[in-house]
Ligand binder design. Structure first.
Ligand SMILES: Cc1cc2nc3c(=O)[nH]c(=O)nc-3n(C[C@H](O)[C@H](O)[C@H](O)COP(=O)(O)OP(=O)(O)OC[C@H]3O[C@@H](n4cnc5c(N)ncnc54)[C@H](O)[C@@H]3O)c2cc1C
Ligand code: FES
Length: 446
């Protein structure tokens, strides 16, 4: 009897300890989350300027950020701000209260909209529109469409403070070059302002910052971040800032030297401000045709092409082909992991659409060759690019969203390895560190 009593006591003790430990870790996570929330609320539009502690340290940190694989996180929407008529900012913190990985100014997140009854899962890229060393990630999203498949509509209409989202990142090769101290030229149109905001702030941390920003907006109602941009222009006269409004308020006249200008800025306006084109890094984000025009003007003015960086948020209606004409000959695609051989139809604009149609699981995000989500290994054969990839590729890596086969090809894609990859990666016995090593090893294998 006595021993039975002892056993019951011991079991009860263990159970109580379990409850206490769980309660304690939940309380700790909640405390961490509360601290993060505090930071989110106090950080609003506060521009923290601190000189770089050491360029070497910074370079080292940037290099490790670039090398780090993008991982999935469950994040919580801690705050939502309406920035203009159709743009909202979402402040994200980690659900488990842990700190978020750092990002380079200009990088983006991949946001997953879960599958629902009559729609499939969708992923889209959103640039971090603020420094992430405040303990939160901020994305600023323009509501793009009313379609049920639209991720921007979902974020605007269906999500709010307290909701959770799955995100992957940060990643992307469009980021401020921090190892140089060249003059920085930021050029944006519309929602293309998002990568420019952290780049602007990061540049202002440099000891001898030299910087110009030309941003195009539709009108005052579609001018997100106007107040913080004007504050920066006022606070930092070294910034040559010009904000252009296609539709100017009636009765208002902007002087030649005013920050807010009427009309659209031309490539010649930008070129005219370049004192030393060889010593400039230019960053472009806006529609494709607009980017092409500016790219050509900057290159003609003498800015080395390697110093003109650009990011495309969406495909234009009429893609500007990288190879002047991509003629498609009949060929086959062998998806190695599924051991599936399919005839590639010329009607497919790219290999990604073809893989999806062939029921081959493949990730995607930007569909413009920017995010690297669809990256796979080409085992045999060649591909032709329909658009210049913006994501850096190693030998034998391809971006199916912007290429088509050039003859018969074998690609490392299919169901078998992907399901094995996720079974291993998600198995609870593996720590996050092991998972990272696994993903890196898998990347080499694919
Ligand atoms: C690197 C990068 C950074 C970006 N940063 C921002 C940002 O900071 N703020 C912002 O507002 N927008 C940003 N975008 C654009 C954003 O990713 C979305 O394209 C935009 O919000 C419209 O998506 P939607 O789902 O609302 O609209 P939809 O109308 O549903 O889709 C718009 C476009 O997405 C493509 N598309 C359609 N179906 C799919 C699919 N299944 N998977 C992938 N693409 C598909 C098509 O090209 C379509 O024209 C960025 C894009 C990229 C590539
Ligand atoms: S989907 Fe982004 S690079 Fe292909």
């Amino acid at each position: 009897m006595e021993s039975a009593g002892l056993i019951i006591l011991a079991v009860a003790g263990v159970a109580l300890l379990g409850i206490l430990t769980r309660g304690l870790s939940a309380a700790l996570a909640a405390r961490k989350q509360a601290r993060q929330l505090e930071r989110v609320n106090s950080a609003s539009a506060q521009l923290k300027i601190g000189l770089l502690s050491s360029t070497l340290e910074r370079t080292h940190a940037d290099f490790s950020i670039r090398k780090r694989p993008a991982l999935w996180y469950d994040v919580l929407i801690a705050r939502v701000d309406q920035e203009s008529e159709d743009v909202k900012s979402f402040y994200l913190i980690r659900q488990d209260g842990e700190s978020l990985p750092l990002a380079l100014a200009g990088q983006h997140l991949l946001i997953e909209m879960p599958a629902a009854e009559n729609r499939s899962k969708q992923c889209r890229c959103y640039t971090l529109s603020d420094h992430c060393d405040n303990g939160y990630w901020r994305i600023s999203v323009k509501r793009n469409s009313d379609s049920p498949e639209s991720v921007s509509r979902w974020l605007h209409d269906d999500l709010g403070k307290g909701d959770s989202v799955r995100v992957k990142g940060p990643s992307g090769s469009f980021f401020l070059q921090t190892t140089t101290n060249r003059h920085v030229v930021l050029l944006s149109a519309g929602i293309g302002i998002t990568p420019m905001l952290p780049m602007l702030r990061e540049t202002l941390r440099r000891p001898h910052a030299s910087l110009s920003l030309f941003a195009q907006f539709r009108d005052v109602d579609h001018m997100p971040f106007a107040e913080s941009l004007l504050n920066i222009a006022h606070q930092f006269p070294i910034v040559h800032m010009r904000l252009f409004l296609s539709r100017f308020p009636r009765g208002v006249t902007g002087g030649k030297d005013a920050v807010i200008q009427q009309g659209k800025f031309a490539a010649s306006d930008v070129v005219a401000t370049l004192k030393d084109p060889l010593n400039a890094d230019c960053y472009l984000c806006g529609p494709e045709a607009w980017q092409s025009e500016l790219f050509a003007a900057l290159a003609t003015a003498g800015v080395p092409e390697s110093q003109i960086h650009f990011e495309l948020f969406k495909e234009s209606e009429k893609p500007v082909p990288h190879n002047s004409v991509v003629k498609q000959q009949p060929c086959s695609v062998h998806f190695r992991q599924s051991n599936k051989l399919e005839a590639f139809a010329a009607t497919y604009p790219n290999l990604l659409g073809f893989a999806i149609k062939s029921d081959i699981p493949i990730d995607s995000g930007c569909r413009t060759g920017a995010c690297g989500s669809c990256l796979v290994k080409l085992v045999e054969g060649k591909v032709k690019y329909t658009r210049r990839p913006q994501f850096p590729l190693k030998q034998n890596e391809i971006l199916p969203c912007v290429c088509v086969p050039d003859g018969d090809i074998v690609v490392s894609l299919g169901k078998f390895l992907i399901s094995v990859q996720f079974c291993v990666a998600l198995h609870p016995i593996f720590s996050p560190k092991i998972r990272i090593i696994w993903f890196q090893a898998f990347g080499q294998l694919q």
